[in-house]
Design a protein around this ligand. Structure first.
Ligand code: GLN
Length: 297
């Protein structure tokens, strides 16, 4: 590897990053190096190669090298840059919130496809709102008001900054609380969305990438021994808050569809639900549960 002093051109930065990331076993070292350099120098990806021989200042080089060092220690790029794209909008992120995942866009697609959810006559509620991606995208796409709930005050702070970034402070109302415990019995919503923590303790212990295990908030990931602790609490309470004909969408873990259906069947004493569907993601894994409440309840 070159010494930092030898990094004088854009091409040197890229080479430094690729070599560093490869040496510590980061997946896709070239793409990661390109992302750091494009972010740092505010360049497009094509510029990186068209302008590869251009000189950069010492300050620019040092700033970019410091970011590369952090990335080489497995810190996710989104926390280093403080941003992540979701549904083609850019959101602020910090280690207080989960980094938005592309799979969560499937939940948004399903909500937008369920056009008649606004007919049920109640407001929109997003539980475990985190950085606010679901609540804010729905407020923007459907021009509606949404209540976002999260137990974590630091997460709500990030969410508030995203509401301001996207100009929806007047439409997304934030509440600190444990799931739906802050709502009265008679409160009714026509749409409830939720992306709860659903990773099981054994997955937490064994299978997570260092980027997730070392940096992302455990509070937003850990779903207890079977991963279903929060999911089962949400299932036990959402239907009393759902207006007749209303919709409920919850993100779930790969392979949790069967257990989630069973939990729903147990809570469905009198034909409460008109439909229950498990939606798979693009890798064919269970990802979203979609429930429609009967019109009569
Ligand atoms: N999809 C995330 C992961 O596997 C988990 C998100 C969640 O628990 N809500 O890292």
């Amino acid at each position: 590897m070159q010494s930092n002093r030898d990094v004088r051109r854009i091409a040197d930065l890229l080479h430094h990053g690729i070599f560093l990331f490869d040496s510590v076993g980061i997946d896709a070292p070239q793409t990661e190096a390109e992302l750091v350099v494009t972010h740092c120098l505010e360049l497009s990806r094509t510029d990186l190669y068209l302008r590869a021989q251009e000189q950069i200042s010492r300050v620019q080089a040092d700033r970019c090298l410091a970011m590369m060092q952090r990335r080489s220690e497995n810190e996710p790029l989104a926390y280093i840059t403080g941003e992540r794209e979701f549904w083609s909008y850019t959101f602020n992120v910090s280690p207080a919130v989960l980094i938005p995942r592309p799979e969560t866009e499937i939940l948004i697609e399903r909500v937008l496809a369920a056009r008649d959810c606004s007919n049920a006559g109640g407001g929109y509620l997003d539980l475990c709102c985190g950085s606010g991606v679901i609540a804010i995208v729905l407020a923007l796409e459907l021009d509606v008001e949404v209540i976002g709930v999260d137990i974590s005050r630091p997460a709500l702070k990030v969410c508030r900054s995203n509401c301001a970034r996207h100009g929806v402070e007047q439409r997304v109302h934030l509440v600190q609380g444990d799931l739906a415990s802050c709502f009265a019995e008679n409160e009714q919503f026509s749409l409830i969305t939720c992306n709860p923590p659903y990773v099981s303790s054994s997955e937490m212990a064994a299978g997570m990438q260092p980027e997730v295990a070392k940096y992302e908030p455990i509070l937003a990931l850990d779903g207890g021994p079977g991963g279903l602790n929060h999911i089962s609490r949400v299932i036990a309470t959402f239907s009393r808050l759902l207006a007749p004909g209303g919709y409920f969408f919850m993100e779930i873990g790969a392979g949790q569809g069967g257990a989630v259906k069973e939990l729903l069947a147990r809570s469905d004493s009198d034909d409460l639900y008109a439909s229950i569907d498990i939606i798979k993601d693009y890798s064919g894994r269970d990802r979203v549960v979609e429930v429609r409440k009967n019109d009569q309840y």
